[in-house]
Structure formats: structure tokens, C-alpha cells
Design a protein around this ligand. Structure first.
Ligand code: F6P
Length: 494
């Protein structure tokens, strides 16, 4: 099993004098005011959880957008600060954007355009010339900050996600001694879907300046090759998963992202978490109740409405669960400047109120909806309480929430209900797999989970835990680094 220590050693040995720079839109720590004081929180989403261990293992720089109201208060004159705040191991360089830049680059082009385009959740993507210009200008700003760090040193720049499709090209125009890899955390659609993107030739060409382009699953990597084949003059080799354009070759690969299994598992057995679980059970009156949990950013791709509908239908179809079953939804508010997200929030609220009204008994309601940015500890405690985890994304690159639920269950009791449209479903085949568009099917999956014999729960969870223990986040990082830095990945070590 790959560990933090092994990865650190590997990075030191193989990176040599190359500097490691991770670039993502989302920063790992956000500073906010607490009265006169400044405190921090860790933002929701899988990306931060996944990259922090790599940064801690490697040192180096993490370049990301400044998003907290108090972010400027804690940085030095280079807009840098040491992270993690309690135990510094690397440098975070914050990029401050104007309102106009944030709107054009983050809200409009990345999350109003590329996000719905890649997820195919039937929300219409919007693209404008103006937003694309801002999207590129912001990447130029990130590139300049990276140039300032790197100067003429050799560096490996590890770019994250769809916010930076042109970044490798911009960087390679400014720096000679760098290698770049880009990990696309979200799905890559088929070429017919991608066809509607007005700036596709330029954007795809930009991506091909990477030395390695990595996706969550093989299917997305194949979709990418097909897209290039269809829209660019380039040599696409399906047998070696390589694209060559203008004498430069890009390796296209899939590396399913993992979690720090040991850390989640150990945390879940700690006294602090066990006490927290008891507090939550008392606070929400969950003693003797069957509990299902959903943990999401509030996003239309996550299938949260479908879950609420399934709870309604479950109680209608199987009234014996009235008063005995509770669905707890932890929801972090997200991207609220975008209309679809605001509408979803309102719809969720209305539906929850209607369902709770319809069934509530004295001291019991079927849906508990806690809208907040929850800490890793709170999520771990809720996962520990839950008999069932409901992950019903309409489409998802991976979904680490599902993996964290499995890692929490040290006693191998519990059931994961997982959308077949998540990357995680390719590895976690012992989950109860569902099509979230089929709410009737979700209801039957819930019933199956509620009545699943404990031996069956043990069998399924043990198998999934074995997989996740092995395919952890350190192995993911080691595999990517081995591919890009050309050293041998020793499978037997993992
Ligand atoms: O995994 C996709 C992703 O966009 C990440 O890049 C991001 O950290 C996460 O979802 C949360 O989204 P956002 O950063 O827009 O809040």
C-alpha cells in the first residue's frame, strides 16, 4: 500500500531539482473574518482533499485563486503564505481577481459553459466571446505568477481541471524548462456533445501543449482522442494513447483519483468522532432510526432532487418506514452567482418542506437538510452514523464522497447506493448501483439497502475497502508522477 512516506521519498528522489507547482482554481485554505480575528476553513469538493497530501509530501508551490474575504490579510508582499496553517509544508500563492475577471472566468466560462458541457446534465451551456477572452486573460495572470516563482529553474507544473484549458500553451510560451501535466477532474463528453463549443479548436490545441493529459476513467480518455481526431489536424494513436501535433506529443491516460483511506479510517475510530456522532444523534433525535446520508455541494449534477423524490416515494410505497427512516442531506452552497444553482436551491427547499409537511409526525420528519460548509470531521461523523450513503450524481468524474463513506465504515456495516454515472462506480462495483434518472429504481435500491442482511453488508464493504485501501491517493500521485517523469512505477510496492 502506498503511504505518505513512500510518496514523499519517491518525489524527492525522482523530482530531483525540479520544482513542483500545483495549479488549481480552488485554494486549499480560505481566510474569513471572525469578528476582529481572521480564521480559515477548507472549501468543499474533492480536489482539495486529493491534492493536499501530495503538496505536503513534496513541498513546492500551490497556485490558486484567492476567494476569502480575509485572504489578503494573511499573505506576504508576494501574495504567499505557508500552508497548512497549523503545520506548514508548502507555499500557497494566491491570485487575486477582480469581480469582472471572476465572473467571466469562473462563473460564466468555466461553470456556466464548460461544466454543463462536460457533465451533460441537461442544463444548457452558455458561451460568449467576452467570457472566453476573460477566461484566457485570467490564465495569463496565473501564468505570470508561475513565471515569477519558477524563473529559470526546471519545474513540473501540475495543472488541475477545466479552469485552465489554455494554461499549458501560455506557460510553454514563457518558460523553456518545464514539463506540464493536466488532470481533468470532471467527465469528458463525446465529440458530438463537444461540437457545440464555439472555441473548440483553440481550446483543444491549448490542452495538447501538455506533456500528459489525464482523465478519471478510460472512457473519458477515449472520448478525448475521438474529439481530437474529429476537430484537429493531429496524429491520434489509439494503441499508445498518444496525440502528436506540431511535433509535440501528449500522452493521454486515465488515473482514477483516490482518497487517503488510512486517514479517513483512523479518524472514524477516534474518540473525538465517536463523541461527535453521539452528539449529532441526540441533537437530531436519530436514536433507533434508520439513517441515510447525502453529502454534496449543492449542484444540479449531483441528483439531490431525485433523492428527495425517492424519499417521498419510499414513504408512500412503504409506509412502514414512516417515523423510522430519516434522510440527512449535508449541502454546501456553491456557485450562487449562477442562476441554475439559485433555482436548484429554491427547488430543494420547496420540495423538502412539502415532503416534511406531508409525512411529519410528532418529533420526526423524514428529511433533515443542513446547509453549511461542513468540516471533514463532521462529514466523517455523519458517515459513521449513516446506515446508507446515497450518491446519485447524474454524471460525475469520480465522486470522492462515495469513497469516504466506505473508508469510514471500519465495522463494515452500511450500504453504499451509487450512481452508475460516477467514475467511482467503475471501481466500487459492490455498491448498489443505480440510475438516478429512474426514481422508482432509487426507491427499490433504498428498500434493498434498508433490508440488506448484515453479512451481505460485510461482504460488499470489505471488498470495496480492499480496493480503496490499495488505490489510495498516494498511489494516484505516484502513478501520475511516474508517467510524466518517466520513472518506473513499481506495481509490487503498491
Ligand atoms: O472536481 C471538480 C471541481 O470543480 C473542482 O475543481 C472543485 O474543487 C470542485 O469541483 C468544487 O467546485 P468549486 O471549486 O467550483 O466550488
Amino acid at each position: 500500500m502506498w503511504t505518505f512516506k513512500e510518496l514523499s521519498e519517491l518525489i524527492k528522489l525522482k523530482l530531483g531539482d525540479r520544482l513542483l507547482i500545483v495549479v488549481s482554481n480552488r485554494e486549499p485554505y480560505v481566510n474569513i473574518f471572525d469578528g476582529e480575528d481572521v480564521k480559515y476553513y477548507v472549501p468543499p469538493g474533492g480536489l482539495v482533499t486529493a491534492l493536499e497530501p501530495i503538496m505536503e509530501a513534496s513541498g513546492g508551490y500551490w497556485v490558486a485563486q484567492a476567494t476569502g474575504e480575509a485572504d489578503a490579510m494573511v499573505v506576504n508582499e508576494k501574495n504567499e503564505l505557508n500552508c497548512p496553517p497549523d503545520n506548514p509544508a508548502y507555499t500557497l500563492k494566491r491570485i487575486f481577481l477582480s469581480k469582472e475577471e471572476e465572473t467571466g472566468y469562473y462563473y460564466n466560462f468555466s461553470n456556466g459553459g464548460l461544466w454543463p458541457l462536460c457533465h451533460i446534465a441537461y442544463i444548457r451551456p452558455k458561451f460568449t466571446e467576452r467570457d472566453y477572452k476573460i477566461y484566457k486573460a485570467v490564465q495569463e495572470k496565473f501564468a505570470n505568477a508561475i513565471v515569477e516563482i519558477v524563473q529559470d529553474r526546471p519545474a513540473f507544473v501540475f495543472i488541475q481541471d477545466y479552469h485552465f484549458a489554455n494554461l499549458a500553451q501560455i506557460l510553454k510560451g514563457k518558460l523553456k524548462n518545464i514539463i506540464t501535466a493536466q488532470f481533468w477532474h470532471i467527465p469528458w463528453p463525446n465529440s458530438e456533445v463537444l461540437r457545440i463549443l464555439p472555441f473548440k479548436e483553440e481550446l483543444l490545441n491549448g490542452m495538447l501543449h501538455n506533456d500528459l493529459l489525464a482523465f478519471q476513467v478510460q472512457y473519458h480518455a477515449i472520448n478525448f482522442l475521438d474529439t481530437i481526431n474529429r476537430f484537429l489536424e493531429a496524429r491520434v494513436e489509439y494503441d499508445t494513447f498518444t496525440v502528436t501535433k506540431d511535433l509535440h506529443s501528449t500522452m493521454v491516460r486515465s488515473f482514477p483519483i483516490g482518497i487517503d483511506f488510512e486517514q479517513v479510517s483512523v479518524l472514524s475510530s477516534s474518540k473525538k468522532i465517536i463523541d461527535l456522532r453521539n452528539e449529532l444523534i441526540t441533537k437530531y433525535r436519530l436514536k433507533d432510526k434508520m439513517v441515510a446520508i447525502g453529502v454534496d455541494r449543492i449542484d444540479y449534477t449531483k441528483g439531490i432532487l431525485e433523492r428527495f423524490m425517492a424519499v417521498d416515494l419510499l414513504l408512500q410505497r412503504y409506509p412502514e418506514y414512516i417515523g423510522k427512516f430519516v434522510y440527512v442531506q449535508l449541502g454546501a452552497l456553491s456557485r450562487m452567482q449562477i442562476q441554475e444553482y439559485r433555482l436548484l436551491n429554491d427547488k430543494l427547499n420547496d420540495l423538502m418542506v412539502a415532503i416534511n409537511d406531508k409525512y411529519q409526525l410528532k418529533g420526526w420528519r423524514p428529511i433533515v437538510f443542513i446547509r453549511a460548509n461542513h468540516s471533514q470531521e463532521i462529514i466523517n461523523a455523519w458517515n459513521g452514523i449513516a446506515d446508507i450513503s446515497l450518491v446519485t450524481s447524474l454524471h460525475d468524474g469520480m465522486n470522492l464522497v462515495a469513497k469516504e463513506f466506505v473508508a469510514t465504515k471500519n465495522d463494515t456495516e452500511g450500504v453504499l447506493i451509487l450512481s452508475e454515472f460516477t467514475g467511482a462506480a467503475r471501481e466500487l462495483t459492490d455498491a448498489v448501483l443505480v440510475n438516478p434518472y429512474h426514481v422508482d429504481g432509487l426507491v427499490e435500491a433504498l428498500k434493498l439497502a434498508l433490508e440488506m442482511p448484515v453479512e451481505e453488508q460485510h461482504r460488499r464493504l470489505s471488498k470495496m475497502r480492499e480496493i480503496l485501501k490499495k488505490q489510495n491517493i498516494y498511489r494516484w500521485a505516484a502513478k501520475i508522477l511516474s508517467e510524466i517523469l518517466n520513472f518506473e512505477f513499481n506495481e509490487s510496492e503498491s
